[in-house]
Design a protein. Sequence first.
Length: 435
Amino acid sequence: MNVGTEGRGASAAQRVALRQVVWSSALGSTLEWYDFLVYGTAAALLFNKVFFPSFSPAVGTIAAFGSYAAGFVARPLGGAIFGHFGDRIGRKAMLSVTILIMGFGTFLIGCLPTYGQIGIAAPLLLIALRILQGIGIGGEWGGAVLMVIESVPNDQRGYYGSLVQLGYPLGVISSTGVFALASKLPEAEFLRWGWRVPFLLSAILVGVGLFIRLRLAETPAFRQVQAKHDVAKTPLVEILTKHRRQFLVAVGLKVSEIASVSVATVFSISYVTGRLGMPRSAVLNGILLAAVTEMFTIPSFGWLSDLYGRRPLFIAGGLFSILFAFPMFWLFQTRNPMVIAITIAVAVSFAQGIMFGPEAAWVAELFTARLRYSGASLGFQIGAALSGGLTPIVASALLLWTGATWPISVYLIAVAVVTLAATLAAPETARQPLA
């Protein structure tokens, strides 16, 4: 069957298989994002006390965000490794490996001794396991997206690709929800053992995710590459030497949305609770509201990108990020829990979700099938590392240095300009056959 036409005139069995690919990829992605995001919540809430207590609170927070960033820095390494073998061996096999790596790293974080128990070895082990998480998620995203994008109709790739992106808000809901329950414990109990529960739960999730992944079939696009004996020998080298423009565009498309969501969700936890003196629930409720909202906005934006193109939605998201960069902090400073929650939800939906929805399809569509896993993964993950991993550190350092939030807003505007430039440089690929 021709790639990009499955689901159109397909048999009932083929339609069932297609739905299985989509929902299996989305659910597996949710489990992996849970593993990755539960760390970000812990880094903002307590790792400065548990693993970096010898620093002042402000510097300890920066150090905790530094360990958080280590996972982002490792993501391109995971994208390069699993992209190489995903383009050489296949998409399905890599997804089974990534979920084991993610689950193993997350579970072991829940078992780590604290700084008070083993000293400097505790934060060093924490960073090592965070790097392991980053390698896993770096290979996961590209595989999950390609399993779907290479199997669905040409005119529905934006919508179906956005369903895989739902793994992010579902991961936020599950990780934040578990932490919200754990944080109801008395402070001493929460810091002693309660924070470990969200990490230890990963062992159960890995079994479910692995069972799902092993049931999937290889994508039609990669089977065609194999049938033509056109498998790339060194896909990463080809991308960096022959397809640099597409690669740089993919990086640029990523940097704004992930910077905005990092400030609105990760940095905001320490800012609202530490700087503004608000309870944890004020910002956690906002993050949960944002995630629930994205359950509807992400697929809606993916669907709209199939109708009107990828570029208009990215332009709208970039412009919103610029216009909302200053008002976001002004609204935080009202210290009104309801206003804070709505602000986070609006920022996440329109500075991230409007681009995140169609992003899976657009980044994948930039590359030919024989190089797609490597190109999409590495472009996406380098953008995430440059902007997502560093943004909480940059924001915390700017706040400590100036005592004000305006430099953070300027930073958000700058990365939005980068994404707008990449948007204008990228070809419009909606409804076009895959290369």
